[in-house]
Write a protein that binds this ligand. Structure first.
Ligand code: FHN
Length: 583
């Protein structure tokens, strides 16, 4: 008996040590920076969601199925055996890998990431470890990933592969109906299967990026992810791996992955925001909610100005061709990126005050004494552009094309006379070259406690849909005049991963009007909080409302209005933050 207890203690000790020892593979800062350099300079990449779900295009038995098309097995309640039979219909006869990659290249994209295995479990290559794949599962006899990898080499863009940790087909997780928390009946066996397939992908197709997804499943732990990360980096020391290899809420290594969301501030680690061009990631016949070229170009500018990359998605049709609307959007973005190359590539985040009229970046190599700043102006002023909160030694301003403009320094601002400049369609780019020093003058109080990590969902006042007759959006930055008790503001947004979210608002409210309740409703759940006063109508603070469980990946709506306890005015509202909470 004594020996047994002794073994038990030793086992517990070693297992706890083992857990304590699982750490990310060590590398020096120099090694890390060399490995990540091309990715940090890339700015823009293509995401491709292509699988058996593309055959259905979001429809099942003649009905349009709600939510993302690549989730149709779940939302269409398609029994597993019926779904598996789709493989025999897979025939991307119009898939032209050279055209896909050329289209990405001409859009100004420097890398691509394709779903080699999404949650459905179908493998877009001939894997030795399953028959639910391009090889045995279909009559299509081309090697799509090899063609794409070769085309990327030909056009000089990096090839990346997406791999889902969730696998509704694999016996360890198979259930008749798919869910976002499938069962796990053989973790050890499935991790072995994943490692074998990932080794196949790396040795056969040499991806530069491994993009994981589905990390929210309860059976997958941070330690599991770190072990998988280290396994992959051993197979290919140059490989770049996203943070969903482990738990997106707990790590940013190698890069953070906000989804259909752009952080409110620049982040101090590598990150990439992935966005759809319409709503669904996989091709959906009925989804015509195409974003405009202006929205996408300004989205790329916003993301790049905060130091991030934009990974923009295309969902090819069943036959492997890109939807026309996607092609024309990428073409328009390509024209923009090509005519503004110096302001897009080889630039980085510049630590200056946010400007109401647009965004600022600096060229790589700019420093506190000498350099060049690009101003992306969305809201064109008639006479003078004012860059707030900055002082420079010597400085000159020019149009992007190089025509010099009159400038002056006025009360810690830079004033540029733009009366002679014709503004451009999506943003007008100006250059400011400085020497003799540059200094940020912090004039506006930073919002107390706004220590954004980057995985928050930030719903901005300017994007709200207002109902009622009193509340209004002012200066494109806050909702005010919220005096009618039936007035609401709402936002449609995508939940990137199911789980608990803490809700905070950035608000201002004077003493006299405070004391009412604010109500926040998402996904049918409602929370309320009493509005306490800030120092005045323009003194913005953070108010924590409470936590909500958002259990469905994909589109939902957040609505804000008066709670039961009424006050004369609800508040002025700048943003709503939905912050993922680690369980
Ligand atoms: O569930 C997936 C979804 O289908 C899509 O692939 C997005 C794209 O990053 N990722 C997951 C949701 O976070």
């Amino acid at each position: 008996m004594k020996i047994k207890i002794h073994i038990l203690v030793l086992t517990l000790l070693f297992s706890s040590l083992a857990i304590g020892q699982v750490t990310f593979k060590e590398e020096t800062k120099e090694e890390h920076d060399i490995r990540m350099k091309w990715w940090l300079d890339a700015k823009f990449g293509l995401f491709v969601h292509y699988g058996l779900y593309s055959i259905l295009g979001g429809e099942w038995k003649g009905e349009t199925v709600p939510r993302y098309a690549e989730w149709i097995q779940r939302w269409g309640k398609i029994p597993s055996e019926e779904y598996i039979s789709l493989a025999s219909d897979f025939n991307p006869k119009e898939l032209d890998a050279d055209l896909w990659v050329r289209t990405a290249k001409e859009a100004g994209m420097k890398y691509m990431v394709i779903t080699t295995k999404h949650h459905e479990g179908f493998c877009l290559w001939d894997s030795k470890f399953t028959e639910f794949d391009l090889g045995e599962g279909t009559t299509f006899n081309r090697d799509i990933l090899a063609e794409l990898s070769a085309a990327c080499k030909k056009y000089g863009i990096e090839f990346g592969t997406y791999y889902s940790i969730i696998d509704w087909h694999h016996p360890s997780q198979r259930a008749d109906l798919a869910t976002n928390q499938p069962p796990m009946n053989d973790k050890e066996g499935y991790v072995k299967y994943m490692k074998a397939q990932l080794k196949e992908l790396i040795t056969k197709y040499h991806p530069s990026i491994m993009w994981f997804d589905g990390d929210w499943v309860k059976w997958w732990t941070l330690e599991d992810g770190i072990d998988l990360y280290n396994y992959l980096r051993k197979l290919d020391p140059k490989l770049i791996i996203n943070n969903r290899v482990a738990k997106r809420k707990l790590t940013t290594k190698d890069f953070g992955t906000p989804e259909n969301a752009t952080p409110g501030v620049a982040l101090d680690y590598p990150w990439e925001a992935c966005w759809t061009v319409n709503h669904s990631w996989g091709y959906k016949k009925s989804d015509t909610t195409w974003k405009s070229p202006k929205v996408l170009i300004q989205k790329q500018i916003d993301i790049n100005s905060k130091g991030g990359n934009l990974l923009l998605n295309v969902g090819p049709k069943a036959d492997g061709s890109f939807p026309e609307a996607s092609i024309s959007l990428l073409k328009e973005m390509g024209t923009w990126n090509k005519t503004h190359q110096e302001a897009v590539y080889k630039t980085e985040y510049v630590d200056l005050l946010p400007q109401s009229w647009g965004k600022l970046v600096k060229t790589q190599g700019s420093n506190n004494s000498k350099g060049e700043i690009f101003a992306y102006v969305y809201d064109w002023p008639k006479y003078n552009l004012i860059i707030k909160g900055v002082s420079m030694g010597e400085f000159k301003a020019y149009t992007y094309q190089g025509k010099q403009l009159p400038v002056s320094a006025v009360n810690n601002n830079i004033k540029i006379d733009v009366s002679s400049v014709n503004p451009s369609k999506y943003a007008t780019v100006l250059r400011i070259k400085y020497s003799g020093g540059i200094q940020k003058i912090n004039k506006t109080s930073s919002i107390i406690g706004l220590d954004l990590k980057g995985d928050e969902l930030v719903l901005q006042a300017s994007e709200a849909k207002l109902t009622g007759n009193k509340n209004k959006i002012y200066q494109n930055s806050y909702i005010g005049s919220w005096t009618s008790h039936s007035d609401t503001a709402s936002w449609k947004f995508d939940v990137p991963a199911p789980g608990k979210y803490l809700v905070k608002v950035i608000y201002a409210c004077d003493e006299k009007s405070s004391g009412g309740d604010v109500m926040v409703k998402v996904d049918g759940n409602t929370i309320t909080k009493t509005v306490t006063s800030t120092k005045g109508w323009q003194d913005y603070q953070l108010l924590e409302i409470g936590t909500l469980n958002l259990n469905q990946v994909g589109s939902t709506t957040c609505t804000i209005g008066f709670g039961n306890k009424k006050s004369q005015t609800l508040f002025n509202l700048k943003s709503v933050l939905l912050i993922p909470v680690t369980d």
